[in-house]
Structures are given as C-alpha cells and as structure tokens.
Design a protein around this ligand. Sequence first.
Ligand SMILES: Nc1nc2c(ncn2[C@@H]2O[C@H](COP(=O)(O)OP(=O)(O)O)[C@@H](O)[C@H]2O)c(=O)[nH]1
Ligand SMILES: [Mg+2]
Length: 237
Amino acid sequence: MGETNVGKSTLLNVLLNEEKAIVSDIHGTTRDVIEDSVNINGITFRFIDTAGIRDTKDKIENMGIERTYQKIEQASIVLWILDCTQLSEHIEWLTDRIAKRAIGKKVILVFNKIDKITEDERDVLTQMFEQFEGERIYISARERINTDGLQNALVAAAQLPEINPGDVVVSNIRHYEALQNAHFSICRVIDGLDSGISGDFLSQDIRECMHFLGEITGQISNDEILGNIFGKFCIGK
Ligand SMILES: Nc1nc2c(ncn2[C@@H]2O[C@H](COP(=O)(O)OP(=O)(O)O)[C@@H](O)[C@H]2O)c(=O)[nH]1
Ligand SMILES: [Mg+2]
C-alpha cells in the first residue's frame, strides 16, 4: 500500500515477473485490488496491489481505497511503499490511516525510486523516519535496484522455521496428532508432580502418554486407528 504514483503496481509486476497491473504516471490508475501468487525461495506469497490512498472526491476511487484498508487488515505483511522524491506532508496523514489498521502485522517501509535521489538525500530520509520502528528498505522497482533485497526481507518476514539436516520431520498427520497428545499428557504429569498430586492420577496420565506413543510405534491398534486407516485409504472394513 501507499499513496498514488509511488510505484506499487510497478513493484507488483516486478515481484510477479509479469505485466499484471497497469502502470502509469496518472494518479489513481489502480482503482481495484489486483492480486496473484508467486513462489519465492519455496514460500508462496500472495501479493495484493491496491488503490493508492489519497483524498479524492471520485466515488469509484474511494471504493477502491476502502478496499485497500480491508486488504491491510487481511494481510500478514504490509509493504508500505513511499516515493523517495515525494516525501510530503502526507506522511503524517497516511500514518494515521495505516498504523491503526496494521497493528500486529509486519510492516516493511519500502522507499522506492532511489534511482532519483543522491546518497545525501537518502540520509535525510533515514533521519525523517528515525522514530519508525519497522524495517526499511531502499529500492527502485522500475530499475530493479535491490528488488532481490526486498524479496529476501519478505522471506525473512514470513519467518518460516528453518529445517536443519539433523531435524526430525513429522510428515504424517496421525503421528503429529499422537505426538501432540503425548506431549499434553506428559505436561499434565509434570504439572501433577509440581503440585504433588497422588501417584494414581499421575500414572493415568503416564499411561495415556504411552498410549499415544504406542499409536506411532504400532504397539497399540485400537478401533480409532483402524478407522483412521480405513478412512484414509478408502478400504472397506
Ligand atoms: N524513476 C522511477 N520511476 C518509477 C519507479 N517505480 C515506478 N516508477 C514510475 O512511477 C509512476 C507510477 O508508477 P505506478 O506503479 O503506476 O504507481 P502506483 O500508483 O503506486 O501503482 C510510473 O510512471 C512508473 O514508471 C522507480 O523505481 N523509479
Ligand atoms: Mg497502481
């Protein structure tokens, strides 16, 4: 999201590697939401290009702006695009409109059109946004400067857990559920030990934990598991 003409649609096209959205220097070109998915480093991102936020009397454009606000609320990561050459009095106005809708989301400030400013001007920008806590990144969407840096920032913001070669990966949903249940019962045992409850109650939870582990190791085959297997493999009982 961002104001009109900052380069949101240009960036969408770069990220999707396709001329999906219309780019022009006319303010208010994008009036409706344009979205598509793309895979970056194994993660599927759904990018949503929105109508630029500005004060306008145009009824249709205002409907588009309302949709922009709705999309901010739905998004997990908000890319707030700013035009380096047009950092205006609007920033405060815009902050008011965005901040309250982006609570709890990752906000990345994307300074676009760095091809048009000098190093010194960039330093001034950094100072202007000093109090802003979110991550910031400098790019040129049109000239494709540091757009790969933005992609890396997006992957980092998605915060998927890293899988290392030695890690155990649970790929079967039945195993996953059994492990979770085993975990819950063993937590109850630990709580019970802490509060000093009697051995009878503890053994009940320990037995339950063993039962769930047994569902994985194959020592227990109850009706539920059979039901699960028949359900999954479409074999008649
Ligand atoms: N110099 C420069 N111009 C850009 C850059 N990105 C977009 N533009 C231009 O800015 C204008 C508005 O772009 P657009 O993507 O339609 O902006 P939107 O309204 O935010 O979607 C167009 O003329 C683009 O060619 C950039 O990185 N550098
Ligand atoms: Mg646009």
